[in-house]
Design a protein around this ligand. Structure first.
Ligand code: SF4
Length: 371
Protein backbone atom coordinates (compact mmCIF):
# COMPACT_ATOMS: atom_id res chain seq x y z
CA UNK A 1 0.00 0.00 0.00
CA UNK A 2 1.29 3.47 -0.96
CA UNK A 3 2.16 5.70 2.05
CA UNK A 4 -0.46 8.39 2.49
CA UNK A 5 1.03 11.87 1.80
CA UNK A 6 0.81 14.46 4.55
CA UNK A 7 -1.51 17.37 3.88
CA UNK A 8 -2.09 20.68 5.66
CA UNK A 9 -5.06 19.32 7.60
CA UNK A 10 -2.98 16.41 8.95
CA UNK A 11 -0.08 18.70 9.83
CA UNK A 12 -2.44 21.16 11.54
CA UNK A 13 -4.05 18.35 13.54
CA UNK A 14 -0.61 17.22 14.66
CA UNK A 15 0.08 20.71 15.91
CA UNK A 16 -3.24 20.70 17.80
CA UNK A 17 -2.18 17.63 19.81
CA UNK A 18 1.60 17.81 19.99
CA UNK A 19 1.82 15.27 22.83
CA UNK A 20 0.39 12.39 20.81
CA UNK A 21 3.20 10.07 19.74
CA UNK A 22 0.65 7.72 18.16
CA UNK A 23 -0.56 10.26 15.63
CA UNK A 24 2.97 11.58 15.00
CA UNK A 25 4.21 8.10 14.22
CA UNK A 26 1.25 7.04 12.06
CA UNK A 27 1.26 10.29 10.07
CA UNK A 28 5.04 10.27 9.74
CA UNK A 29 4.91 6.70 8.42
CA UNK A 30 2.10 7.57 5.97
CA UNK A 31 -0.37 5.10 7.54
CA UNK A 32 -3.96 5.50 6.30
CA UNK A 33 -5.63 6.18 9.66
CA UNK A 34 -9.13 5.93 8.23
CA UNK A 35 -8.42 2.39 6.96
CA UNK A 36 -6.76 1.55 10.28
CA UNK A 37 -9.72 2.84 12.32
CA UNK A 38 -12.13 0.87 10.12
CA UNK A 39 -10.06 -2.31 10.55
CA UNK A 40 -10.05 -1.72 14.31
CA UNK A 41 -13.84 -1.61 14.23
CA UNK A 42 -14.05 2.09 15.19
CA UNK A 43 -14.44 4.08 11.96
CA UNK A 44 -14.79 7.79 12.54
CA UNK A 45 -17.54 9.74 10.83
CA UNK A 46 -15.02 12.22 9.57
CA UNK A 47 -14.88 14.83 6.85
CA UNK A 48 -17.48 16.86 4.96
CA UNK A 49 -20.73 15.59 3.50
CA UNK A 50 -21.10 15.67 -0.28
CA UNK A 51 -23.59 18.52 0.10
CA UNK A 52 -21.12 20.57 2.18
CA UNK A 53 -18.35 19.97 -0.38
CA UNK A 54 -20.56 21.17 -3.27
CA UNK A 55 -21.72 24.20 -1.27
CA UNK A 56 -18.12 25.03 -0.30
CA UNK A 57 -16.91 24.75 -3.90
CA UNK A 58 -19.67 26.99 -5.19
CA UNK A 59 -18.95 29.61 -2.51
CA UNK A 60 -15.22 29.53 -3.33
CA UNK A 61 -15.97 29.99 -7.04
CA UNK A 62 -18.15 32.98 -6.20
CA UNK A 63 -15.42 34.55 -4.01
CA UNK A 64 -12.82 34.14 -6.76
CA UNK A 65 -15.16 35.12 -9.61
CA UNK A 66 -14.63 38.11 -11.86
CA UNK A 67 -10.86 37.59 -12.00
CA UNK A 68 -10.57 37.59 -8.22
CA UNK A 69 -11.77 41.21 -7.98
CA UNK A 70 -13.86 40.67 -4.82
CA UNK A 71 -11.17 38.61 -3.11
CA UNK A 72 -8.48 41.20 -3.81
CA UNK A 73 -10.82 43.93 -2.58
CA UNK A 74 -11.26 42.02 0.71
CA UNK A 75 -7.48 41.54 1.12
CA UNK A 76 -6.89 45.22 0.41
CA UNK A 77 -9.61 46.38 2.83
CA UNK A 78 -8.68 44.08 5.71
CA UNK A 79 -4.92 43.74 5.47
CA UNK A 80 -3.44 46.51 3.35
CA UNK A 81 -5.77 49.55 3.28
CA UNK A 82 -2.84 51.95 2.79
CA UNK A 83 -1.82 50.37 -0.54
CA UNK A 84 -3.07 51.36 -3.97
CA UNK A 85 -6.43 49.53 -4.49
CA UNK A 86 -6.30 46.58 -6.91
CA UNK A 87 -7.31 47.50 -10.47
CA UNK A 88 -10.01 45.83 -12.55
CA UNK A 89 -7.70 43.41 -14.37
CA UNK A 90 -5.49 42.04 -11.58
CA UNK A 91 -2.88 39.40 -12.41
CA UNK A 92 -4.01 35.77 -12.03
CA UNK A 93 -1.16 33.61 -13.40
CA UNK A 94 -1.77 30.16 -14.84
CA UNK A 95 -0.31 27.61 -12.40
CA UNK A 96 -1.00 24.40 -14.29
CA UNK A 97 1.89 21.94 -14.54
CA UNK A 98 2.40 18.18 -14.42
CA UNK A 99 2.49 16.54 -10.98
CA UNK A 100 2.88 18.16 -7.56
CA UNK A 101 6.60 18.87 -8.05
CA UNK A 102 5.89 20.65 -11.36
CA UNK A 103 3.05 22.67 -9.83
CA UNK A 104 5.22 23.64 -6.83
CA UNK A 105 7.99 24.82 -9.20
CA UNK A 106 5.43 26.76 -11.29
CA UNK A 107 4.05 28.39 -8.13
CA UNK A 108 7.54 29.41 -6.97
CA UNK A 109 8.18 31.02 -10.37
CA UNK A 110 4.82 32.85 -10.28
CA UNK A 111 5.56 34.15 -6.78
CA UNK A 112 8.93 35.45 -7.94
CA UNK A 113 7.43 37.18 -10.98
CA UNK A 114 4.55 38.70 -8.95
CA UNK A 115 6.93 40.04 -6.29
CA UNK A 116 9.10 41.65 -8.97
CA UNK A 117 6.02 43.11 -10.74
CA UNK A 118 4.99 45.04 -7.56
CA UNK A 119 1.32 44.66 -8.44
CA UNK A 120 -1.68 42.88 -6.89
CA UNK A 121 -1.56 39.21 -7.94
CA UNK A 122 -3.88 36.34 -7.09
CA UNK A 123 -2.49 32.80 -7.07
CA UNK A 124 -5.48 30.48 -7.29
CA UNK A 125 -4.77 27.09 -5.65
CA UNK A 126 -0.98 27.33 -5.72
CA UNK A 127 1.07 24.27 -4.75
CA UNK A 128 3.57 24.67 -1.90
CA UNK A 129 6.26 22.22 -0.86
CA UNK A 130 7.30 21.73 2.75
CA UNK A 131 9.87 19.25 3.90
CA UNK A 132 8.51 17.22 6.80
CA UNK A 133 10.50 14.50 8.48
CA UNK A 134 12.91 14.35 5.56
CA UNK A 135 10.33 13.98 2.78
CA UNK A 136 8.37 16.65 0.87
CA UNK A 137 4.71 17.31 1.67
CA UNK A 138 2.70 19.14 -1.01
CA UNK A 139 0.13 21.62 0.25
CA UNK A 140 -2.56 23.50 -1.63
CA UNK A 141 -4.04 26.63 0.00
CA UNK A 142 -7.21 28.14 -1.43
CA UNK A 143 -5.29 31.22 -2.55
CA UNK A 144 -2.21 33.33 -1.96
CA UNK A 145 -2.29 37.07 -2.71
CA UNK A 146 0.87 39.03 -3.51
CA UNK A 147 0.65 42.70 -2.43
CA UNK A 148 2.34 45.55 -4.35
CA UNK A 149 4.95 45.85 -1.56
CA UNK A 150 6.02 42.19 -1.95
CA UNK A 151 4.02 40.80 0.98
CA UNK A 152 2.36 37.38 0.52
CA UNK A 153 -0.95 36.65 2.23
CA UNK A 154 -2.57 33.24 2.66
CA UNK A 155 -6.34 33.20 2.07
CA UNK A 156 -8.58 30.52 3.56
CA UNK A 157 -12.10 30.27 2.14
CA UNK A 158 -14.52 28.38 4.41
CA UNK A 159 -18.21 27.63 4.08
CA UNK A 160 -19.13 28.12 7.76
CA UNK A 161 -20.91 31.44 8.32
CA UNK A 162 -19.66 34.62 9.95
CA UNK A 163 -22.62 35.98 11.87
CA UNK A 164 -22.45 39.58 13.05
CA UNK A 165 -18.72 39.55 12.12
CA UNK A 166 -18.00 36.53 14.38
CA UNK A 167 -17.60 32.85 13.46
CA UNK A 168 -17.49 29.64 15.50
CA UNK A 169 -14.27 29.86 17.54
CA UNK A 170 -13.41 26.15 17.15
CA UNK A 171 -13.74 26.37 13.38
CA UNK A 172 -11.71 29.57 13.20
CA UNK A 173 -9.03 27.89 15.34
CA UNK A 174 -8.88 24.90 12.99
CA UNK A 175 -8.67 27.21 9.96
CA UNK A 176 -5.88 29.21 11.64
CA UNK A 177 -3.86 26.05 12.34
CA UNK A 178 -4.26 24.96 8.73
CA UNK A 179 -3.26 28.42 7.46
CA UNK A 180 -0.18 28.33 9.74
CA UNK A 181 1.07 25.28 7.84
CA UNK A 182 0.73 27.16 4.54
CA UNK A 183 2.55 30.17 6.00
CA UNK A 184 5.47 27.94 7.06
CA UNK A 185 5.62 26.44 3.58
CA UNK A 186 5.52 29.89 1.95
CA UNK A 187 8.31 31.11 4.23
CA UNK A 188 10.63 28.44 2.80
CA UNK A 189 10.08 29.92 -0.67
CA UNK A 190 10.28 33.53 0.53
CA UNK A 191 13.69 32.89 2.15
CA UNK A 192 15.23 32.49 -1.28
CA UNK A 193 13.67 35.67 -2.66
CA UNK A 194 14.84 39.21 -1.86
CA UNK A 195 11.98 41.62 -1.09
CA UNK A 196 9.42 38.91 -0.30
CA UNK A 197 7.76 38.70 3.08
CA UNK A 198 5.03 36.33 4.33
CA UNK A 199 2.26 37.98 6.35
CA UNK A 200 1.48 36.46 9.75
CA UNK A 201 -2.12 37.56 9.45
CA UNK A 202 -4.20 35.47 7.06
CA UNK A 203 -7.53 36.37 5.52
CA UNK A 204 -10.46 34.15 6.46
CA UNK A 205 -13.34 34.47 4.00
CA UNK A 206 -16.78 33.09 4.96
CA UNK A 207 -20.43 33.52 3.93
CA UNK A 208 -22.01 36.53 5.60
CA UNK A 209 -24.95 35.89 7.98
CA UNK A 210 -26.28 32.70 6.26
CA UNK A 211 -26.24 34.43 2.84
CA UNK A 212 -23.93 33.48 -0.02
CA UNK A 213 -22.20 36.88 0.10
CA UNK A 214 -18.54 36.82 1.11
CA UNK A 215 -17.26 38.61 4.19
CA UNK A 216 -13.80 38.38 5.71
CA UNK A 217 -11.67 38.85 8.80
CA UNK A 218 -7.93 39.04 9.35
CA UNK A 219 -6.70 36.24 11.66
CA UNK A 220 -3.38 36.57 13.48
CA UNK A 221 -1.74 33.14 13.26
CA UNK A 222 1.61 33.87 14.99
CA UNK A 223 0.85 31.52 17.88
CA UNK A 224 -0.35 28.68 15.63
CA UNK A 225 2.68 29.18 13.40
CA UNK A 226 5.16 28.77 16.24
CA UNK A 227 3.34 25.74 17.70
CA UNK A 228 3.18 24.09 14.28
CA UNK A 229 6.81 24.84 13.60
CA UNK A 230 7.86 23.30 16.92
CA UNK A 231 5.75 20.24 16.22
CA UNK A 232 7.13 19.79 12.73
CA UNK A 233 10.63 19.92 14.16
CA UNK A 234 9.59 17.17 16.56
CA UNK A 235 8.36 15.10 13.63
CA UNK A 236 11.93 14.64 12.48
CA UNK A 237 12.30 12.35 15.47
CA UNK A 238 9.70 9.86 14.23
CA UNK A 239 12.52 7.40 13.65
CA UNK A 240 13.35 7.65 17.35
CA UNK A 241 9.72 6.91 18.25
CA UNK A 242 9.78 3.92 15.93
CA UNK A 243 13.04 2.69 17.43
CA UNK A 244 11.35 2.08 20.79
CA UNK A 245 8.69 -0.18 19.26
CA UNK A 246 8.81 -3.97 19.09
CA UNK A 247 10.46 -5.56 16.06
CA UNK A 248 8.03 -6.42 13.25
CA UNK A 249 5.22 -4.13 14.48
CA UNK A 250 2.76 -3.44 11.67
CA UNK A 251 -0.41 -1.39 11.15
CA UNK A 252 -1.47 -3.37 8.09
CA UNK A 253 -5.31 -3.11 7.94
CA UNK A 254 -5.37 -6.74 6.74
CA UNK A 255 -4.42 -7.88 10.29
CA UNK A 256 -7.09 -8.91 12.80
CA UNK A 257 -8.63 -6.19 14.98
CA UNK A 258 -6.94 -7.73 18.05
CA UNK A 259 -3.50 -7.63 16.43
CA UNK A 260 -4.04 -4.09 15.28
CA UNK A 261 -5.30 -2.98 18.70
CA UNK A 262 -2.14 -4.42 20.23
CA UNK A 263 0.05 -2.66 17.67
CA UNK A 264 -1.72 0.69 18.21
CA UNK A 265 -1.50 0.30 21.99
CA UNK A 266 2.28 -0.05 21.68
CA UNK A 267 2.52 3.66 20.80
CA UNK A 268 1.70 6.24 23.48
CA UNK A 269 -1.32 8.45 22.81
CA UNK A 270 -2.66 11.64 24.37
CA UNK A 271 -6.40 11.43 23.85
CA UNK A 272 -8.54 14.53 24.43
CA UNK A 273 -12.14 15.21 23.34
CA UNK A 274 -10.71 17.59 20.71
CA UNK A 275 -9.44 14.49 18.86
CA UNK A 276 -13.04 13.83 17.79
CA UNK A 277 -12.85 16.77 15.40
CA UNK A 278 -9.35 16.13 14.14
CA UNK A 279 -8.29 12.48 14.04
CA UNK A 280 -9.64 9.35 12.39
CA UNK A 281 -8.62 7.20 15.37
CA UNK A 282 -10.61 9.27 17.86
CA UNK A 283 -13.34 6.68 18.59
CA UNK A 284 -10.79 3.95 19.18
CA UNK A 285 -8.58 6.14 21.41
CA UNK A 286 -11.61 7.45 23.32
CA UNK A 287 -12.84 3.96 24.06
CA UNK A 288 -9.36 2.91 25.27
CA UNK A 289 -8.96 6.05 27.39
CA UNK A 290 -12.38 5.53 28.97
CA UNK A 291 -11.84 1.86 29.69
CA UNK A 292 -8.49 2.70 31.31
CA UNK A 293 -10.27 5.36 33.41
CA UNK A 294 -7.97 8.11 32.13
CA UNK A 295 -9.06 11.58 33.23
CA UNK A 296 -7.86 12.97 29.91
CA UNK A 297 -11.10 11.57 28.40
CA UNK A 298 -12.91 14.29 30.38
CA UNK A 299 -10.96 17.10 28.71
CA UNK A 300 -7.55 18.74 28.78
CA UNK A 301 -8.58 21.27 31.43
CA UNK A 302 -9.64 18.49 33.85
CA UNK A 303 -6.44 16.62 33.07
CA UNK A 304 -4.38 19.77 33.73
CA UNK A 305 -6.11 20.53 37.02
CA UNK A 306 -5.69 17.01 38.37
CA UNK A 307 -1.90 17.05 37.93
CA UNK A 308 -0.42 13.69 38.96
CA UNK A 309 -3.88 12.09 39.35
CA UNK A 310 -4.15 10.66 35.86
CA UNK A 311 -7.00 8.18 36.42
CA UNK A 312 -10.57 8.58 37.65
CA UNK A 313 -9.83 5.91 40.25
CA UNK A 314 -6.89 7.89 41.66
CA UNK A 315 -8.99 11.09 41.71
CA UNK A 316 -11.84 9.35 43.58
CA UNK A 317 -9.37 7.84 46.03
CA UNK A 318 -7.89 11.29 46.66
CA UNK A 319 -11.38 12.73 47.18
CA UNK A 320 -12.12 10.06 49.78
CA UNK A 321 -8.93 10.94 51.65
CA UNK A 322 -6.87 7.94 50.54
CA UNK A 323 -4.56 10.03 48.31
CA UNK A 324 -1.03 11.17 49.03
CA UNK A 325 -1.19 13.75 51.83
CA UNK A 326 1.81 15.58 50.32
CA UNK A 327 0.05 16.13 46.99
CA UNK A 328 -1.70 19.55 47.03
CA UNK A 329 -4.14 18.42 44.31
CA UNK A 330 -5.16 15.36 46.34
CA UNK A 331 -5.55 17.52 49.47
CA UNK A 332 -7.67 20.07 47.58
CA UNK A 333 -9.88 17.31 46.16
CA UNK A 334 -10.38 15.80 49.61
CA UNK A 335 -11.29 19.20 51.04
CA UNK A 336 -13.73 19.88 48.18
CA UNK A 337 -15.36 16.45 48.64
CA UNK A 338 -15.75 17.10 52.38
CA UNK A 339 -17.32 20.53 51.76
CA UNK A 340 -19.67 19.03 49.17
CA UNK A 341 -20.75 16.27 51.55
CA UNK A 342 -21.35 18.84 54.31
CA UNK A 343 -23.36 21.07 51.96
CA UNK A 344 -25.46 18.14 50.74
CA UNK A 345 -25.90 16.99 54.36
CA UNK A 346 -27.29 20.40 55.43
CA UNK A 347 -29.51 20.57 52.34
CA UNK A 348 -30.85 17.08 53.12
CA UNK A 349 -31.68 18.21 56.68
CA UNK A 350 -33.57 21.26 55.33
CA UNK A 351 -35.44 19.77 52.32
CA UNK A 352 -37.28 16.61 51.33
CA UNK A 353 -35.04 14.16 49.45
CA UNK A 354 -36.95 14.59 46.18
CA UNK A 355 -36.05 18.32 46.11
CA UNK A 356 -32.32 17.76 46.52
CA UNK A 357 -30.19 18.71 43.55
CA UNK A 358 -28.58 15.70 41.96
CA UNK A 359 -24.91 15.86 41.08
CA UNK A 360 -24.56 16.01 37.29
CA UNK A 361 -21.77 14.01 35.68
CA UNK A 362 -19.45 16.03 33.51
CA UNK A 363 -19.96 14.97 29.91
CA UNK A 364 -17.63 16.83 27.57
CA UNK A 365 -19.26 17.85 24.34
CA UNK A 366 -17.84 16.69 21.06
CA UNK A 367 -16.45 19.72 19.30
CA UNK A 368 -18.01 20.49 15.97
CA UNK A 369 -16.19 19.36 12.83
CA UNK A 370 -13.92 22.21 11.65
CA UNK A 371 -14.65 21.58 7.98
S1 SF4 B 1 -7.31 10.21 18.33
FE1 SF4 B 1 -5.69 8.99 19.20
S2 SF4 B 1 -4.06 8.98 17.67
FE2 SF4 B 1 -5.47 10.60 17.11
S3 SF4 B 1 -4.57 12.44 18.04
FE3 SF4 B 1 -6.08 11.64 19.50
S4 SF4 B 1 -4.92 10.29 20.86
FE4 SF4 B 1 -3.65 10.67 19.06
Amino acid sequence: MQPRPLDARALAALAANPGCGRRALLDGAGVDKHALATALGSPAAFGQSQFAIVRGNSFEAKVKGDGGAELLRLVHGHLDPGAEPPGAGARVPDLTAAGPEGRAARTALALREATAAKDWTLLDHPMLALEVAGSPAYLEPDAVVVHPDGRWTVVEIKSFPMIDAAADAAKVGAAARQAAVYVLALERTAQKLAGAEVGHSVLLVCPKDFSNLPTAAAVDIRRERSVTRRQLDRLTRVEELAATLPEGLTFDPERTPEELAEAVAAVDAAYAPECLAACELAFHCRERARSAGEVTALGRSVRGELGALTTVEAALAAASGAGCAEDPTAAALHRAARLRAEALGSARDAAPAADLPRPRPHVPESPACPC
